[in-house]
Design a protein around this ligand. Structure first.
Ligand SMILES: Cc1ncc(C[n+]2csc(CCOP(=O)(O)OP(=O)(O)O)c2C)c(N)n1
Length: 528
């Protein structure tokens, strides 16, 4: 067995079923072959960055490591944003990139220090050059999968990976997570009658413990964007998204303690923590940067930590009516600003929700449209809503949605994207067609602008410069890629277009003309 075959065998043993990328003419070809022999399918994408996002989403949905393949030089450079997303969105990702042969020291074509480029983004790097590549592969996978999960970089060198693999040695043990003294956390919560729970991205791994704790306390739950669905939006205790903004402010201020359940500050806006109440942080791992000094922190398994705290608070501190009112206020804020001319952003979200089949999963891009989607869409299951929030990169919704379609082909998936975000990777529509994403509907908030930044420009009373795009007909663009494309230009066209999209054998793109004026009122109502 060669080293590349060993790598493919280990990936298969970890449950990897597909990997994503754009090949080069060197080690990529060995990898595609070795993977195929182990039943691992290669999905060819149109950009490497999107491939990284697809691989990362696959990891988040399947619990197996994501695998990205690139060629050297431009291939790796083009993947950087997707790798950064895996890093800051905490997804385990193996980056398998061609390197340079040792006997090619003279060559400078396509050459730069690839390891140095990726070093700030990856948790480990390897050239599989040690005497025990089997142990190296195990250690790399363990590094990617150990919280905080993230990318690792493997440089594939032809001479090396085509050589026979030496016999395996002992496996590297994964790092243990330190246990903490829970007394301080119990003291804070023992003194609380009205705690509010803010679920963070790690809650996706412990949804049952979160539900149990919230019900035991009768406490309202806010969820960060990456936690959406871990606590069902339809639960009477669910209030809506935590965006560190105006919409949830009154509720949090009326609490007497805050529990951060698996929150990761990677999702917190770069502003000082605004709340004075004692705050307990539950996290699976420590963080490189100190966001603030929490009153107490428990590091370890979230279910264990929740179990320690469950008896601290008696239910009854919150009334069902006040939780329902907070939830209604949040939803009302997301519905503000409609001018009555054209399709308002919230009308589109609600029309999609009305037309979508039950159990649809969503993927959401970065931009102003994200706010009404996250506030109004009801996600009832963990990972029911996919979003990049640590990196918060545009161009992520379509790749995430494609990966979701491949991971669960029968489940409907909706990609919500702005026109700006889609323009960062429209060619992935061709990937969706080629990969046979039958149940994919891409909904474009086509407002011919980068509305999110435009609102900020206006709020700073700066002249309107550089925020608008010319009109693009995305339905026609989609058709060019072999994808069905539909339009909705008036409120009356919306329902029929969406019903047609969901009835079709996809992928389908629905290009919706949006009246972006609403954002000028809605963004302050939600974010402050
Ligand atoms: C790759 C990347 N570039 C720039 C940004 C900064 N940014 C955040 S939202 C946004 C505008 C998005 O525009 P669009 O996709 O049209 O969505 P809209 O805000 O109009 O809903 C920009 C430029 C980003 N998050 N990611």
């Amino acid at each position: 067995m060669t080293i590349i075959e060993l790598l493919a065998a280990r990936l298969a043993a970890y449950g990897v079923r597909r990997f994503f990328g754009i090949p080069g003419g060197d080690c990529s070809l060995d990898l595609i072959e070795a993977a195929a022999k182990h039943g691992i399918e290669f999905v060819v994408t149109r950009t490497e960055s999107a491939a990284a996002m697809m691989a990362a989403t696959t990891a988040q949905l399947t619990g197996t490591p994501g695998v990205l393949m690139t060629t050297r030089g431009p291939g790796l450079a083009n993947a950087v944003n997707g790798i950064a997303a895996a890093s800051l969105d905490r997804a385990p990702l193996l980056v398998l990139a061609d390197g340079h042969e040792p006997n090619q020291g003279f060559a400078s074509h396509q050459r730069f220090d690839q390891a140095a480029v990726l070093r700030p983004l990856v948790k480990a790097e390897s050239m599989l050059a040690s005497a025990d590549p089997a142990a190296e592969i195990e250690a790399l996978i363990a590094a990617a999968c150990t919280p905080p999960q993230g990318p690792v970089h493997v440089e594939l060198i032809g001479q090396r990976i085509r050589a026979p693999a030496p016999p395996a040695g002992a496996m590297a043990a994964p790092r243990a997570v330190a246990a903490q003294d829970p007394a301080a956390a119990r003291a804070v919560l023992g003194a609380s009658r009205r705690p509010v729970i803010i679920a963070g991205l790690q809650a996706q791994g412990a949804p049952a413990a979160l539900r149990r704790l919230a019900r035991a306390w009768g406490a309202p739950v806010l969820s960060t964007y990456m936690a959406k669905g871990a606590f069902p939006d339809g639960d009477p205790l669910a209030v809506g998204p935590f965006i560190a903004g105006a919409a949830e402010d009154a509720l949090i201020r009326s609490a007497d303690a805050i529990l951060l359940f698996g929150a990761d500050p990677i999702e917190f806006l770069p502003q000082p923590w605004r709340f004075a109440q004692p705050t307990v942080m539950l996290t699976t791992h420590g963080f490189d940067r100190v966001f603030t000094d929490w009153s107490a922190t428990l590091i370890g398994d979230l279910a264990d930590s929740a179990g320690v705290l469950e008896g601290c608070v008696a239910p009854g501190g919150w009334s069902a009516a006040e939780i329902a009112a907070a939830r209604a206020a949040m939803r009302a804020a997301a519905r503000t600003g409609a001018t009555g001319s054209g399709i308002a952003p919230h009308e589109l979200v609600e029309a999609v929700a009305a037309a979508a089949p039950a159990g649809a999963r969503i993927a959401v891009d970065a931009g102003a449209h994200m706010l009404p989607v996250m506030a109004l869409w009801q996600a009832e299951e963990p990972r029911g809503a996919l979003i990049s929030r640590g990196l918060a990169t545009m161009g992520s919704a379509l790749p995430a949605a494609i990966a979701a379609c491949l991971a669960e082909p029968e489940r409907p998936v909706i990609a919500f994207t702005g026109d700006g975000g889609l323009m960062m990777g429209p060619a992935e529509l061709a990937t969706a067609v080629q990969a046979g994403c039958r149940n994919l509907v891409v909904v474009v908030f086509n407002d011919a602008a980068m509305a999110m930044i435009e609102v900020k420009q206006r709020r700073r009373q700066l002249p309107a410069r550089g925020m608008t795009y010319g009109q693009t007909d995305f339905a026609t663009v989609a058709q060019g890629f072999g994808c069905r494309g539909l339009h909705a230009r008036t409120p009356a066209q919306l329902g029929p277009a969406l019903r047609e999209a969901f009835a079709a054998n996809g992928p389908v793109l629905v290009d919706v003309a949006i009246d972006r004026e609403a954002y000028a009122t809605m963004l302050p109502a939600l974010r402050g």
